[in-house]
Design a protein around this ligand. Sequence first.
Ligand code: HEM
Length: 401
Amino acid sequence: MTEESRFILDPATRDLHADNRRLREAGPLVPVTAEGVPAWAATRYATLLTVLTHPNLSREICHWAARHSSPPGTAIDRIVTDTSMLNAEGDEHRRLRTAVAGAFTPRRLEGLRPKIESLTGRLIDRLADLPPDQPVDLRKEFAYPLPREVISELIGIPAGHQDELHELSDAVAQVGGSLDDTPELRKALHELLGQIIDQRRDTPGEDLITDLFRLREQDGVRLSTDELFATIELLFIAGHVTTVNLITNAIGALLNEPGQLDLLRSGKCPFSAAVEETLRWDSPIAYFPMRYAVRDIEIDGVHLRAGEPILACFASAGRDPGHYGEAAHLFDLTSPPATHLSFGHGPHFCLGAPLARLEAEVALTALFGAFPEIAPAAPPEELCPLDTLLGNSTRTMPAVL
Ligand code: HEM
């Protein structure tokens, strides 16, 4: 394949699901240029599954460095600092992941449910107070604030810092959750998290930062200061924009498929089914790279050289007719519950998946329960996509309540 015949993936020009159809048809592993970086795109469900669990594919940047003289250097390549669990493997990965896994147990999450329900209730009340018949942007006014409040609560962001952090998280969301291209943003977030961590050290609470401090006292230094920062930063970024996309995409799907919405309202399908179907049909993450070949390997008949990066095409796998059949492109709550890969698979399986599912289910149940007349205020094809390869959603979700 010549450089000219590579598929170009560019957020400015992309038409995600049409691009993905072309990519799937071109093969299971397709040479692409993602924001200027040459990579292999894993386009089909079965290949993505292989990639996510392959022993000779790694997130560690050192494998890229073995082949290249300069860092990948694009937003899509390095989302969070290299010291976070997302970019570690083996024992190192297990140590970093175990440190925070306790915050995501079913018991801890059930404890968060009342908080999520009351935050959702407050947002619904605010929506109900808006002038009727005026379009409201449900991404901005509903899908966006809920996960932000929840993740702040879980991590332990003191009230006094929330406004500043919210401003920063707005800026982070605008760059699609990626910080590598925006060093000033990373610096500001780092400084603020530093102040928050100091404050939590002085006044412990029922939150993740306090837990991490306790862990340090009990078991010696389990996380270095850098690792502590990277962990909090990862949770803050991974726990926010992705869930905003999920809630936004689910609202969009249901607003435009009234028949499917009726199934939920009549109790024929649970709202959790709408969450799962949205994850499959319109994955909140479009492309997710950062796996590098540790050595020369072959996958599905394609030869990869050591150090070459692979892009995980989550949104493409979710609509793969080879796995889901010819109706894969349809949003259908009546088809039997299908598995999907939108939270990943294997050792890096999304730690926050149960939390994201809980938030989305509470949010959708409350929204569609509170507004029986809700309707879209613009056709889906008129909504602008996010300006990032990583996230998959629209910038707005206008509706009349
Ligand atoms: C990892 C998706 C919400 C925390 C991941 C991965 C995906 C993903 C695809 C990488 C899996 C891999 O490459 O193998 C999503 C989606 C979400 C969501 C679609 C929302 C709909 C959350 C939330 C949190 C979170 C709410 C935390 C509060 C994490 C963490 C990792 C991760 C810590 C890294 C796990 C590891 O490397 O071991 N997520 N995520 N995510 N996610 Fe999520």
